[in-house]
Write a protein that binds this ligand. Sequence first.
Ligand code: TRP
Ligand code: ZN
Length: 514
Amino acid sequence: MRGAVVNGRRMKLVGGLAVALAVVGGLGATGAAAAPGSPNGPRYTAGSPGAGDTYFPNAGNGGYDVQHYDLDLTYAPPEADPAPLVGQLDGTATIDLVATQDLDRFNLDLRGMEVGSLTVNGKPATAVAPPAPGAEVDGAAYWHVQNDADRIWELTVQPRPKLKAGESVQLVIEYGGQTARPLDIEEALYGWVTTRDGAMVVSEPDGSMTWYPVSDHQTDKASYSFAITVPEGKVAVANGMQPKPEETAGGWTTWYWDAPDQQASYLTTASVGDFDLRDTYYSASGVPIIDAVDADVTPARLLVTNASLARQVEMIDFYEQYFGGYPFVAYGSIVDDDTVFYALETQTRPVYSRQASEGTVAHELAHQWFGDAVSPERWQDIWLNEGWASYASWMWDEHDGGATVQESYNEWYASEEPDSEYWDLQIGDPGPLGLFQDPVYDRGAGALHALRLELGDETFFAGTQLWLERYNDSAGTAEDFQAVFEEVSGEDLDGFFQTWLYEQAKPPATWTTP
Ligand code: TRP
Ligand code: ZN
């Protein structure tokens, strides 16, 4: 679903991309010229092969709006230890979407998997070789371009009859392949990361396409349901709640999960392992909490992990006072024993690598509001995720009797000299290779604290709540964020945000004291 607020601006953005898309069209990933069409009749065109994000131009797609993904997955992890880290994933994705333009063709993103069959509203489409740009293809068809060198993975669907704007469509896609350990643009592990005992599934920013056909961008959120079949004894944990207990037959167990909230693709998980799936417990406000911890986590790390997870209830209570009610149906953590080395705020159920420290647990929980409920509309807005999650963990620290937020800010501010190259990164536009650089996190947190000092607590938290309400289940940009704070404060904040997000210099010491 595309949020109502975002819609108008998004459409403009997609229109403005016409020129860039003509170039991408040369890949054969999209149809070329607009269908002729009579002046008043429908003009069937190809949906764009990207959502319009300049950092990841081929992530997401245009021309439709996904409502729901139903993922029926069967996964055989690597056979034995030691064995190559290769698994086998077979899936059926049932995708409900609504056309947002008259569609001749449209794309999904799918990487490293092969499609076995595809139906549109129950009608089979034929697999064909990618046609030359602009070439006509007979009947209902699909083709798949996988160009690893250029990071282009596009599954093109040509529905026949063509789709009219507003029409609902159900796609059923059978697909599968060997799973490996995919890398993101900066060569960090992500996506369906095959592990010795299962898979750690963490897909930020565009790794969901490594395990299901998807419009892989946060401007098209949807609800999800999962049926994940794994060898008996393995546990599969996805987003949301278990609608019914797992079922075992013939040496395989199927795990069911439902995630009814609007969810960005990078926040989906379906992690598999030798997990200890713990009993559900509840926050004071009634949020069910379901944790899964890998049985192979070492005793020392298990001690740290258990101590941190035990604080989740208090953390939810604390954040709810500042950020409003917890936004989703459930919460909980997955702690794997893998070597991915970072955690991810997968919606309702963050995934941790090897252990969950208290600071990281506070960080990933805060992401449920900042990043998950309200997502960055463009990847360049990543500081809204990481700055906020980092700032919220400073707040937790203060609440828990550690450093005050002001002390954390001062310590950060003093940590880099003005001539340090640390200050060169524009956190408001860090580039696709800069998404997870330190300044995005701590200069981002510093920017939020400086804003709080500038506006005072009351206005700052009123703005925060307005931001979370207005863009809930949707996405917003840094400009939208600034506009909210200008609205609540009546101040012009151009200079402030210019200094904190874009100036390649240490911000002046104006904001070092309350
Ligand atoms: N978003 C994650 C967090 O801060 C971090 C993350 C995602 C990351 N992908 C990464 C960190 C790649 C380093 C490299 O919780
Ligand atoms: Zn984070």
